[in-house]
Write a protein that binds this ligand. Structure first.
Ligand SMILES: *Cc1c(COP(=O)(O)O)cnc(C)c1O
Ligand code: SF4
Length: 331
């Protein structure tokens, strides 16, 4: 079988820092040592995403999201390997349920990009997908629990899986009579828009579910014309599009950037959904913004944007029955 172009693009991704820095015309000798951080969680950046970074700027907001940082290997109290209680929520191998009516499948550990702040950075980011036996066990569970109406395909990134395999999974899921909604949580429409193949949109269009795709962009510079085009094709296939972002110090922690992000998302047909406060995962403390600063930012955003362009600011707290909204203090 021929390798699809998106897989070829993936194979060309930067996986070494010197290569990425040379491409960006940044002198590595001006940067602190990052080799330990890189060994812990390997750099991975598709060329399409790197092309949106400013040349010669080590502080570029897209580069910061993917660039290993020496501070990652310094332990910080309160930042650990499983900050959101995923191990406790695993009701079957590869199936997480934390909230009423929706269950999340870890379809694969693989991602096209390695985001330094990721709460799953301590997971094995291997290429393997859920094994057939594991998948059957997940289907049995979904069949036995009538309260689950929505399945979320997550990972890693569910669009790292081939169209063939996705198609087979969708077929099996559609046989579960109580399932009504299908959701994909994926960063590929942003970092590798050629992943939105006609085969993929065809699969999504043909399935009986109400289908939602939650993309993940943190900065307006990520939303190139190619990304806009991929989103348009998803919408044409009847998919509703939402965006979730993570509030990241040095990347998008100001009102101007977040307002531009929301406006640009609307232009490409994507509604802002969540703005997550950082999950306190070991290695990501340097991205953390304290809660008072986040609240100030939220007030500024509310004063700046229409309500429908203001994402819900939330934190994930282990054991809670939903993401927890961070409320603007009335003072
Ligand atoms: C975040 C999350 C969801 C989705 O929550 P929504 O508020 O519906 O977007 C579902 N399951 C798990 C395990 C999650 O972590
Ligand atoms: S794409 Fe998502 S799951 Fe993958 S590394 Fe980035 S934030 Fe984590």
């Amino acid at each position: 079988m021929q390798t699809p172009p998106w897989r070829q693009a993936l194979a060309r991704a930067f996986t070494d820092l010197p290569g990425l820095l040379a491409y960006l015309e940044i002198d590595p000798s001006t940067l602190a040592d990052t080799s330990r951080a890189d060994r812990q969680f390997r750099l991975r950046v598709p060329r399409e995403f790197a092309a949106l970074m400013r040349k010669g700027d080590p502080d570029d907001p897209l580069l910061r999201q993917v660039m290993p940082d020496g501070r990652e290997t310094t332990p910080t109290p309160g930042f650990d390997a499983d900050p959101v209680g995923d191990r406790l929520a695993e009701i079957r191998p590869g199936l997480l349920q934390k909230y009423h009516g929706r269950a999340l499948i870890i379809t694969t550990g693989a991602c096209a990009v390695h985001c330094r702040y990721c709460f799953r950075r301590h997971y094995p980011h291997t290429g393997g997908t859920a094994a057939p036996r594991q998948w059957r066990d997940i289907l049995d569970h979904l069949r036995a629990d009538p309260s689950i109406e929505e399945v979320i395909l997550s990972g890693g990134d569910p669009l790292m899986v081939s169209d063939q395999k996705l198609g087979a999974w969708l077929e099996q899921l559609q046989e579960l009579p109580r399932l009504k909604r299908l959701r994909l949580h994926t960063r590929l429409p942003v970092v590798l828009p050629q992943r939105i193949t006609p085969e993929l949109t065809g699969l999504l269009q043909a399935c009986r579910f109400s289908t939602v795709t939650v993309i993940h962009a943190n900065h307006p510079n990520e939303l190139s014309p190619a990304v806009a085009d991929g989103c348009r094709r998803l919408r044409e296939a009847g998919v509703s599009l939402l965006n979730q972002s993570v509030l990241l110090k040095g990347v998008n922690d100001n009102c101007e950037t977040l307002a531009r992000l929301s406006k640009r998302l609307l232009e490409i047909g994507v509604m802002p959904y969540y703005l997550h406060l950082l999950d306190r995962v070991a290695g990501a403390a340097h991205f953390d913004l304290d809660e008072p600063a986040a609240l100030r930012l939220q007030r500024q955003l509310l004063a700046e944007l229409p309500g429908y362009l203001t994402p819900k600011m939330v934190r994930e707290i282990t054991g809670e029955g939903s993401k927890t909204p961070i409320h603007t203090a009335i003072d």
